[in-house]
Design a protein around this ligand. Structure first.
Ligand SMILES: Cc1cc2nc3c(=O)[nH]c(=O)nc-3n(C[C@H](O)[C@H](O)[C@H](O)COP(=O)(O)OP(=O)(O)OC[C@H]3O[C@@H](n4cnc5c(N)ncnc54)[C@H](O)[C@@H]3O)c2cc1C
Length: 420
């Protein structure tokens, strides 16, 4: 029996922040859009639940309506391996506010998903099994046995992207991964904490941990670790979580006694774009599928939404090949920071003792006060759009030096080639 094959202008695989943003813009522009996800919404997602200031600004620009109320967060405490603290002040930039949001990904992603559906995208709740490139169109085989055809494709299906794999847009020997695990614990925490953690006993360094307050008396606590191309090492993050909880208790950030964790969930992060060709023809990768997670601290929501928006605009722009305009956007937004941050991450993983020393120095009492501001701006990649403050000037200086130092590295050459 012959089943009829449905046809769409654009299929977006993955309805997380990247896919939902792209689908909403394309839908409002009048395109016939299929938004495909194996999950039904609302769905949970392993995350620290911290929506950074640029993602807050972009959500507002897009007119997304949130029914859940976020908890506003401003300053953060960065804790060094020896327990020293550096305050990273939240400072408004020209293009982003001086606050981030804490909101569960169930609520945040649902609002973006609803926004895409309101724009006219058609939701298809199936897993993508296989995609193939068929003479300028794409054919998608879904888990219910049906298939569909589209003129353009957006791969927004996360770090372990089926679209990237099937279209040979990722080289797994070069791609860089991290693994992070989060859970919720009943506690009151006012200022979010990020810890640069690890010692000989935990064997994790350089990894990071976090303790973020949520809205309902439960805090989001987690551990993340970079593994470069060796995904077998991701289990170290899960193994390190109990030790991190103990450390938080020793530092007086969590109460003594048995800690009950709920909703433990881990996930992969693809970092720094190395090994990914983000666009070919009319197939574009966005968000984690494109490896756009910050290699230094694991933030990916803003880059996911921003790349989803850029991919949508590139497909709507009739004057230029979509892959060229999309790559131009990624070059401008990510090339310098992503490659220099990737190099820093690799050096830290290859030389844990030097990283340990540097992390203690960064958080020591001898560090000048302006360093917290500059480091907060640099490692959160907030240089573009920052205001005329001293911390931003220093962060731009750090960024220029890091970019120059990374020029001759393999990371720079690989990503520059992919974005050319
Ligand atoms: C533990 C952890 C903590 C993190 N904390 C933060 C944080 O606090 N702040 C921050 O900014 N970033 C954080 N990140 C990173 C952030 O979660 C991601 O960068 C962000 O979710 C990327 O959005 P995305 O839309 O690209 O992908 P995702 O949000 O992963 O969405 C991908 C979607 O694709 C769907 N999908 C996958 N495969 C298929 C398939 N074959 N067929 C159909 N559908 C499919 C999935 O169901 C999913 O809904 C964290 C990541 C982890 C793992």
């Amino acid at each position: 029996m012959r089943t009829s094959q449905r046809s769409f202008d654009i299929a977006v695989v993955g309805a997380g922040p990247a896919g939902a943003t792209a689908a909403a813009i394309l839908g409002y522009a009048g395109a016939k859009v299929a938004l495909i996800d194996k999950a039904t919404f609302p769905r949970d997602k392993a995350c620290g639940d911290l929506i950074g200031p640029r993602a807050v600004a972009l959500s507002q620009d897009l007119g997304v309506r949130f029914s859940a109320r976020p908890r506003l967060v401003s300053d953060m405490i960065l804790v060094g391996p020896k327990g020293n603290e550096l305050v990273l002040p939240a400072e408004a930039g020209i293009s982003y506010p001086g606050v981030g949001w804490l909101m569960s990904r169930r609520d945040f992603d649902l609002a973006l998903f609803d926004h895409a559906i309101a724009a006219g995208a058609e939701f298809i709740g199936e897993r993508l099994e296989k995609v193939s490139d068929q003479e300028r169109r794409y054919s998608l085989k879904l888990s219910n046995g049906s298939s569909l055809i589209c003129d353009a494709l957006i791969g927004a299906d996360g770090a372990i992207s089926q679209v990237a794999r099937d279209l040979a847009l990722v080289d797994e020997t070069q791609a860089r991964y991290g693994f992070a695990i989060r859970a919720y614990v009943e506690a009151e925490v006012s200022t979010p904490v990020i810890s640069l953690i690890g010692d000989a006993k935990m064997g994790l360094f350089p990894g990071y941990g976090w303790l973020f307050a949520d809205l309902d008396g439960f805090c989001n606590v987690g551990v993340g670790v970079g593994v470069l191309a060796d995904r077998r090492r991701g289990a170290r993050a899960t193994a390190a979580l109990p030790g991190y909880l103990e450390l938080l208790q020793q530092q007086g950030r969590l109460g003594k006694g048995e800690i009950a964790l709920t909703r433990k969930l881990g996930g992969w992060l693809k970092m720094g774009s190395t090994g990914v060709d983000p666009a070919r023809g009319r197939a574009l990768l966005v968000g984690d599928a494109a490896g756009l997670v910050n290699p230094l601290q694991g933030e990916g929501i803003f880059a996911a939404m921003d790349s989803g928006r850029a991919a949508a605009y590139s497909l709507l722009d009739q004057s230029r090949s979509p892959h060229l305009s999309y790559k131009a956007h990624l070059r401008e937004m990510h090339l310098d920071f992503a490659t220099s941050a990737s190099v820093l991450q690799r050096l830290a993983l290859e030389h844990p003792k030097a990283a340990y020393f540097a992390a203690n120095l960064l958080t020591s009492n001898f560090a000048p006060g302006i360093l917290g501001s500059a480091w907060g701006i640099y490692w959160n990649d907030l240089m573009a759009g920052s205001g005329p403050i001293r911390g931003a000037q220093l962060a731009r200086g750090i960024s220029r030096i890091a970019t120059l130092a990374a020029m001759a590295t393999p990371e720079r050459k690989i990503v520059e080639h992919a974005l050319s």
